[in-house]
Design a protein around this ligand. Structure first.
Ligand code: ATP
Length: 453
């Protein structure tokens, strides 16, 4: 690491200029705070090692200067005595550690290793965060139709409150996007947004996934793990497909929502958590309550505020904007002035039934962008079902060019099964002969592909 050392003690200056390079660091030694500040005008350092009491400018002044230009700089304070004032300043400037004089080299070595490790972790977190931002993208809800205007208004009204929100809508209507928009517009926006699909987890894992577990709580629990409630502390937890939550877990979730406390599996004591709950379902929860499949008290708890998302077929006027927006995910270089879709393509898209809603539209657009070599995208670039469906109304449409990929065939089969079962995923999975988890994985994969494209 690149270290700046500032101390007016001559013997220490000599020691550090010898020992720090031996530990693999490069060091700039300054005899006082004023010199250190002058050096910081020209250079940044990974770590500061500064004496608290120096004539002229103190160690805290040096740290303040370094952090004003390079906030990631770490600092270790050397001190003979600690005072309340210096402790407050240390907290303010997030000082890494105090080292009391006379300082032992072994102690300093361990501290510097800790600083290096922290910087490494910070870099990894930054890389992961930027990757996550790219994958999640902006939670921008496209569509200026009347139904979407109502949705946007409801989001902006409910976001600043702490109320539990239930988002209803068919598969692929953008429920997760709405949940993210609520979080982004809330006071919790700088805290985590954690999404969990209640239908995609095997029953025996959901409890430990949500609440965490203690080491040895069950076979395979090799170490203590925190659950998603704790991960989401201070932020929002999005419980997607809440209707799929097993009854035993419904009771436990209700208790958590009522007490604000969770208990890790195998743990005796509880932990307070502050989490806003946003749930989503494509199922008619009231019917599930009537059939005894969903707890009525939990239903009241999760839907303080309800947002109903319109199906894509109920807002066909948004299709041109959505299709254009999605096409630019695949072709980011198309100039904004270019016409991406021919008029007859938009007409074909507007007459489709869209059982898979916006997710299906994204798949169709991806298919078309692969086939189309020159803009605009024409009906012949759309998947075969479009020419079949509109064959009688639009005989001019040609059959699809080229074969469909396995992935496209798979997604088509999934959308058709969802259409047959009116969006009911467990039934569609059964019909397709795959597990519900596999169905979710394929839908999620399709969404991830669209986002990263
Ligand atoms: N209004 C919209 N504007 C832009 N993109 C949208 C919109 N609605 C949905 N999408 C896109 O459609 C895809 C599916 O959206 P999302 O995963 O939010 O749907 P969902 O209703 O949660 O689906 P499921 O019920 O299957 O979980 C995503 O790629 C999302 O970005």
């Amino acid at each position: 690491m690149k270290i700046l050392f500032a101390d007016d003690e001559k013997s220490l200056q000599k020691l550090m200029s010898l020992e720090l390079p031996r530990l693999g660091h490069t060091v700039t030694v300054c005899p006082d705070g004023v010199t250190a500040i002058a050096v910081l005008e020209k250079e940044d350092f990974d770590c500061l090692l500064v004496d608290l009491d120096m004539p002229g400018k103190s160690g805290i002044d040096v740290i303040e200067k370094a952090k004003s230009t390079a906030p990631d700089t770490e600092a270790i304070i050397l001190t003979g005595k600690s005072s309340t004032e210096s402790a407050i300043a240390a907290v303010k400037f997030k000082v890494f550690a105090y080292l009391t004089k006379p300082c032992r080299l072994m102690e300093l070595k361990t501290l510097l290793e800790g600083v290096a490790q922290k910087r490494d972790q910070d870099r990894k977190i930054k890389a992961l965060t930027s990757r996550l931002d790219r994958i999640e993208g902006k939670s921008k809800l496209i569509g200026d139709s009347q139904p979407m205007a109502v949705v946007n208004k409801m989001i902006s009204k409910v976001a600043p409150s702490n109320s539990a929100v239930l988002i209803r809508g068919e598969t692929g209507t953008g429920k997760e996007l709405v949940a993210k928009a609520i979080h982004d517009q809330s006071l919790r926006h700088s805290q985590p947004f954690v999404a969990v699909n209640c239908g995609a987890l095997p029953e025996n894992l959901i409890e430990s996934e949500l609440f965490g577990h203690r080491k040895g709580a069950f076979t395979g629990a090799e170490e203590t793990r925190i659950g998603l409630f704790e991960v989401a502390h201070g932020g929002s937890l999005f419980l997607d497909e809440i209707g799929e939550l097993p009854k035993s877990l419904q009771a436990k979730l209700l208790r958590v929502l009522e007490t604000g406390e969770i208990r890790r599996v195998g743990e005796n004591s509880s932990i307070k958590v502050d989490v806003r709950i946003i749930s989503a379902t494509h199922r008619h929860i009231e019917d599930m309550v009537r059939d005894g499949d969903f707890r009525e008290d939990l239903m009241f708890r999760i839907n303080t505020f309800e947002i109903q998302l319109p199906a894509l077929r109920e807002r066909t006027e948004d299709i041109p904007l959505l299709a254009e927006h999605i096409s630019r995910r695949f072709w980011p270089t198309i100039p904004m002035t270019h016409t991406v879709f021919a008029n007859e393509t938009i007409r074909a898209l507007k007459t489709h039934h869209w059982p898979g809603n916006v997710r299906e539209l994204a798949n169709v657009v991806e298919h078309a962008t692969i086939l189309c070599e020159q803009l605009p995208i024409k009906p012949e670039h759309l998947p075969r079902r479009f020419s079949e469906q509109s064959g009688s109304q639009q005989p001019q449409l040609r059959a699809v060019v080229g074969p469909m990929s396995l992935r496209e065939l798979e997604m088509q089969a999934i959308h058709e099964a969802l259409e047959r079962h009116e969006g009911n995923k467990p039934q569609a999975a059964e019909d397709l002969g795959i597990s519900l988890k596999t169905l979710y994985n394929k839908l999620n994969q399709a969404t991830a592909n669209e986002r990263t494209a």
